[in-house]
Design a protein around this ligand. Sequence first.
Ligand code: HEC
Length: 130
Amino acid sequence: MFVTHARKLLIALLALTAIAVAGCGSQAISVPKTDKHAYRGAQLFAERCGGCHTISAAGTQGSKPNNEINTRDRTNGPNFDQRHEDHKSVLTAIRQGGFSGAVMPGNIVVGEDADDVAKFLDKYSGKSTD
Ligand code: HEC
């Protein structure tokens, strides 16, 4: 794998953040276990993407609320309750590291894992009505 040391460290930190967030009473994954690929995708999302992106179906709150946007936190990724992402754009974003390639680390998940995350987002993102 061509993962640099710094990137490994970043991923480890994000994983810790995700655990810390999960520890303080946030919601669990609400995808039914029978929806195998999407459920696995939600688990991976909570583990690897939740530090920067919000989506309630995976119980993550990584996107900052609007009133904190002024802090210009660079790891503030789009909120996927509000924005729908289809399968293809998720795979593109994972490969490139977001659409800009500037902030989001690329290839955090690969292969079938990436595909499961894409299936999860395609089905469960963009559900919020506000
Ligand atoms: C270090 C924080 C970070 C992590 C971890 C992260 N993202 Fe992102 N992501 C961002 C930021 C910031 C943007 C918006 C800027 C950009 O597109 O470069 C973004 C953009 C995106 C977009 C494009 C959204 C749009 O419509 O513009 C998708 C899709 C996405 N991320 C999915 C994922 C998935 C799936 C994972 C986990 C495998 C993940 N992200 C992990 C920070 C992160």
